[in-house]
Design a protein around this ligand. Structure first.
Ligand SMILES: Cc1cc2nc3c(=O)[nH]c(=O)nc-3n(C[C@H](O)[C@H](O)[C@H](O)COP(=O)(O)O)c2cc1C
Length: 363
């Protein structure tokens, strides 16, 4: 099944291997993608992946940027930079989706504004991630105003339109891992008393409105997905308080908003959750009824094949395993062993050049 073709929205994907979105803090300081990034993405296309999802890309010249040297899709020079990457990947007959990210409270560096916004003015738990350049606690964000929420939702639509102009085959909304949409969903970062806070349905409103806005912007020909997780980059232990019942509401409501797929993000691998003997992808599959991408430790192709055969997911996305070896699908197909991930590949920061230098010395 790993090598059988399947449609994702309207895209024909030649196999089930997807490159998971990975922040590489390697763009130019003004957020413009460069040649190093172009070669990095083309390597995945040459290595046999059926689809590439870009790293989290910031959407506006306001509060969305979270990292130094993070790429944006916030202006025309970003569009041109990404356009070259999309063109080079398409030359290899591989589709590519853009992941749209709004950092919310989790800003480690932002060249446009001096403070973060979030549903409520609560200091994020945990600390900045050194691998994305930064250290220490995150400052207390300012509470996002009601009118501003509408503006930010509109910014996702505008950014998606720019992604389409750059030639992308579709959009993945980053709704996971502790960034702005997930800050709305999470009870401890959202104490609002308006229609964006309180009940789970209200805390999901932001995700659903963004999905509808982006769909309006890109139409039904382009593919639209959304990433969802329990854990966060600043909190690896978080579980949805209502467990399976929350999963049911989250996945069914998001599916009603009209994305083509839901992409599950995990930090500890695609393991069983809530003592339910089910993993999050399989719960997403059951309660959403739409296409699901599973992710987490699936560079192990026996495990990946099992996930597909059990019907837990329709595609598998690979993060660290792909970073370690951009030729992973071709190697699995040829029966050779891909290189394994080593944390030193993204140390001290997760730049493309640090990975390349490590590989040239050690592989
Ligand atoms: C260096 C690095 C950067 C990442 N950046 C992103 C990102 O920009 N967006 C995102 O949704 N997930 C991001 N992730 C999470 C991965 O997409 C994936 O969910 C996670 O690594 C688990 O999959 P794996 O076990 O195959 O690595 C990142 C992971 C790594 C290792």
């Amino acid at each position: 099944m790993l090598f059988s073709p399947k449609k994702l929205g309207n895209i024909d994907v030649k196999n089930r291997f997807i490159v998971a979105p990975m922040t590489r803090v390697s763009a130019n300081p003004e957020g413009t993608p460069n040649n190093e990034m172009l070669n990095y993405y083309v390597d995945y296309a040459l290595g046999g992946f059926g689809l590439i999802i870009t790293e989290g890309t910031y959407i506006d010249e306001l509060h969305s940027q979270g990292y130094e040297n993070q790429p944006g899709i916030a202006n025309q020079s970003h569009v041109e930079g990404w356009g070259k990457i999309v063109g080079a990947v398409h030359k290899q007959n591989v589709p590519i989706l853009q992941q749209l990210l709004h950092a919310g409270a989790l800003i480690q560096k932002n060249r446009y504004v001096s403070h973060a916004i979030s549903p409520s003015p609560i200091q994020p738990v945990g600390e900045m991630a050194p691998r994305y350049i930064g250290s220490g606690r995150f400052p207390i964000p300012r509470e996002i105003e009601k009118d501003e929420i509408k503006q930010v939702i509109g910014s996702y639509g505008d950014a998606a339109a720019r992604s389409m102009e750059a030639g992308f085959d579709g959009i993945e909304i980053h709704g996971a891992n502790g960034y702005l949409p997930d800050q709305f969903l999470t009870t401890y970062t959202n104490k609002r008393e308006d229609e964006f806070g309180g009940t789970l349905e209200n805390r999901l409103r932001f995700h659903c409105e963004v999905v509808k806005e982006v769909r309006k912007s890109i139409g039904t020909n382009a593919t639209l997905g959304i990433r969802i997780s329990q854990t966060k980059i600043n909190d690896f232990e978080h579980e949805w308080p209502g467990q399976v019942n929350d999963a049911k509401i989250i996945f069914s409501r998001i599916a009603e908003a009209g994305p083509d797929y839901i992409h599950i993000s995990t930090h500890k691998g695609l393991v069983d959750v809530f003592n339910s003997k089910r993993n999050l992808a399989s719960l997403a599959k059951e309660y959403s009824g739409i296409t699901v991408i599973g992710c987490g430790g699936l560079h192990d192709h026996i495990k990946a094949q099992g996930v597909l055969e059990d019907g837990d997911a329709d595609f598998i996305a690979i993060g660290k395993g792909a970073l370690a070896d951009s030729g992973l699908p071709n190697k699995i197909s040829a029966g050779t062993k891909p290189s394994e991930f080593n944390p030193e590949m993204i140390s001290p920061v997760a730049t493309i050049s640090n990975t390349r230098n490590w590989k040239s010395k050690n592989l």
